[in-house]
Design a protein around this ligand. Sequence first.
Ligand code: XIL
Length: 340
Amino acid sequence: ISLKNEFKENFYMGVAINESQIEEQDSLETILISKEFNSITAENIMKSMFVHPSKDTFDFKLTDKYVAFGKKYNMFIHGHTLIWHSQLAPWFKTIKDSAEMASVMENHIKTIVSRYKGKINSWDVVNEALNEDGTLRNSVFLDTYGEDYLAYAFKLASESDPDTDLYYNDYNMTSVDKRNGAIKMIKRIQDKGIKVDGIGMQGHWRLDSPSIEVIEESILAYAELGVKVAITELDINVLPSPWDLVGAEVSQNFESSEKMNPYSKSLPDSIQIKFTKRYQDIFKLFLKHQDKISRVTFWGLSDSHTWLNNWPIEGRTNYPMIFDRRLQAKKAYDSIISLK
Ligand code: XIL
């Protein structure tokens, strides 16, 4: 029994892999990855600050290893991400005008996508371009090139590898304003005759939000655009969010507060039960819409390495994944498998 076998008729089962897993390919972690998953995403190494550290330098040492890893296990390999305002190589911010940005984007996208033509099966072409109200986020891309930097990025990527699937990826894709903004933005690209193959809903979710109904509405709304929907960065945060606290409390030093890290010793059964049910409900929904869903990727393998131990507050003890700190499958894993 494994996730990839049980779900092989439904959608790819993916996992984001980090640098140490890419470097050390015979560890217990990578054995588990190859047993359970048939798709990988690079958690960090393909971001511009790592792969394109200065204007004239690309560093493909780790990305080549990443692609070799996926090929070795015959996996669906995803590229994350070409154009993103965050973890951006600092030199991008020195770009002054649209002509310079156009040539930088062309060099950046063509060099990376062409190198892995026929090897990387899908790309996050643009990541997190939207504000919560659905307008375009300020970034050096928007400032210099203008609104059509998105269409231009998709055009460059499809010219570099016509067969790889091109995605727009973002978080909070279930919120109504942002969803409407995303739909408008994708239509604008499609109206220019440029292809978009998919929408990535990141899936950084919590125990009780977003609701299953809202997730469902969003999957359906994106599928209406004629694109695939992928759940690209799934994890279920069980800790309180600092943004849920109001006013004065936020400005206090919440980093050390027990309130912000309430389960640092262990997770109570009551939460564990909710967590198990949450994963089961989510996968039940994915199965219901399997014709629209191309891939479901967990944002990390186990609780020991998840970014949610460090975000938005450093050094918390979080429990968002379906494998625990000793790489043992949790009940949530069984609850997913039991749907099949
Ligand atoms: C995160 C990684 O998991 C962390 O290791 C890194 O320090 C910051 O980025 N949205 C994305 C991902 O698209 O690339 C982010 O990954 C999480 C939020």
